[in-house]
Design a protein around this ligand. Structure first.
Ligand SMILES: Cc1ncc(COP(=O)(O)O)c(C=O)c1O
Length: 376
């Protein structure tokens, strides 16, 4: 049996054609016409006016915090239920993460708890310097988060790494806050092998991001630097792949949504099983199909299901381990935490790649159904 991966890359002839175009034109440096076009196309797609293509989403988060003037000892509020990159970027600038729990419907940051966190930190005389909301598994953060941040006068960055193509309340993922970040890592809905994008409302932010991302070279014929810079730009070769992927984005979303629909229809009716689904005001990219398995009702726990799938060469993964449970962030302040703790304990991400066939889906569903009760 061939292995079924959680979320593998899915490329086609168009990506190959554009990649060879970039190669043959000799624009293989981290600048060139495909980089420029990819930035323009992504700005149009997300509704953010300005975009800078970067070497990773993590680089985008790092730059966003630098551009907001976040520095040593500052507090930055973010979701506890996320991939480590979000919280890591906070530490790159010497700031300290403060974690906020998820809300149960979309698993994204709970707006009421965010308000409480902002208010508490203000009252204590150490207000947050920024907020990073995370669009988890393709869900889009609650638009109220933007209003709450505005009311507190704290800038918002949207970590939309997992949510390209999702829409909530009529607004695309990547269009919230002062800046937003996308990832084109190999497991994302579209990929450039590795890469990311910083989206910004303010042209100055993107201008400065490009400067910092190219080693902060001052405009002089010799190499002159007034501040510390980074090597964070995207290669024109990879941007060409990204453009081909972007053309296919709507197909990729449709495929992932169909997979989630299949799981909901075939597994969502099992006792103790529920799935992360779209709230009424959203159409998401269904990046990963995620189930929550209540062991008391289901008679199996998520680890039993995962191991049973793994024994048949099917990759499934636990939901992100919350940041407040991570040894590296031990001791960081957390508002709430029970929702994420439960999602981590009982949550399972099932194979969700856009290249899954009907036969693959049947194989996965059949295998899940034969998980021995009480263990793998
Ligand atoms: C929520 C989240 N934020 C940030 C990142 C970082 O993106 P990258 O891998 O492109 O650095 C990822 C994924 O990798 C992610 O899932």
């Amino acid at each position: 049996m061939s292995r079924i991966w959680l979320s593998p890359p899915h490329v086609g002839p168009r990506e190959r054609e554009l990649l060879l175009d970039a190669f043959d034109s000799n624009w293989i440096a981290p600048l060139g016409p495909h980089v420029d076009a990819f930035e323009r196309e992504m700005a149009v797609r997300t509704g953010m006016p300005h975009a800078a293509a970067l070497s990773s989403g993590t680089a985008g988060l790092h730059l966003a915090l630098l551009l907001l003037g976040v520095g040593v000892g500052d507090l930055v509020i973010t979701a506890t239920l996320t991939f480590a990159a979000t919280a890591n970027a906070i530490t790159y600038v010497g700031a300290v993460p403060v974690f906020v729990d998820a809300e149960p419907a979309t698993w994204t940051m709970d707006p009421d708890l965010l308000d409480e966190a902002l208010t508490t930190l203000e009252r204590e005389g150490r207000p947050a310097k920024a907020v990073i909301a995370v669009d988890l598994y393709g869900q889009v953060c609650d638009p109220r988060i933007e209003t709450i941040c505005e009311a507190h006068g704290v800038p918002l960055v949207e970590d939309a790494a997992e949510a390209l193509g999702s829409v909530r309340a009529g607004r695309p993922a990547g269009s919230f806050g002062a800046m937003a970040v996308l990832s084109f890592n190999g497991n994302k809905i579209i990929t450039t092998a590795g890469g990311g994008m910083l989206l910004a409302r303010d042209a100055e932010h993107v201008k400065r991001a490009r400067y910092l991302a190219t080693q902060a070279r001052d405009p002089a014929p010799h190499y002159q630097h007034s501040v510390v810079g980074y090597n964070y730009r995207m290669s024109n070769l990879l941007a060409a792949v990204g453009r081909g992927q972007l053309e296919a984005l709507d197909d990729r979303i449709a495929a992932r949504r169909a997979t989630r629909d299949t799981y909901v229809r075939t597994l969502g009716t099992l006792p103790g099983w529920s799935f992360l689904e779209d709230p009424a005001d959203a159409t998401t990219n269904a990046w990963l199909s995620c189930a929550v398995i209540d062991p008391a009702e289901a008679g199996v726990d998520r680890e039993a299901v995962r191991l049973h799938l793994e024994a048949d060469q099917i990759e499934a993964r636990p939901v992100w381990k919350p940041m407040h449970q991570q040894p590296v962030f031990d001791g960081c302040r957390t508002f709430g935490g029970d929702v994420s703790d439960r999602l981590f304990r009982d949550g399972l991400c099932l194979p969700s790649g856009s290249s899954l066939t009907d036969a693959d889906r049947d194989r996965i569903v059949a295998r899940v159904r034969t998980t021995p009760r009480g263990g793998a």
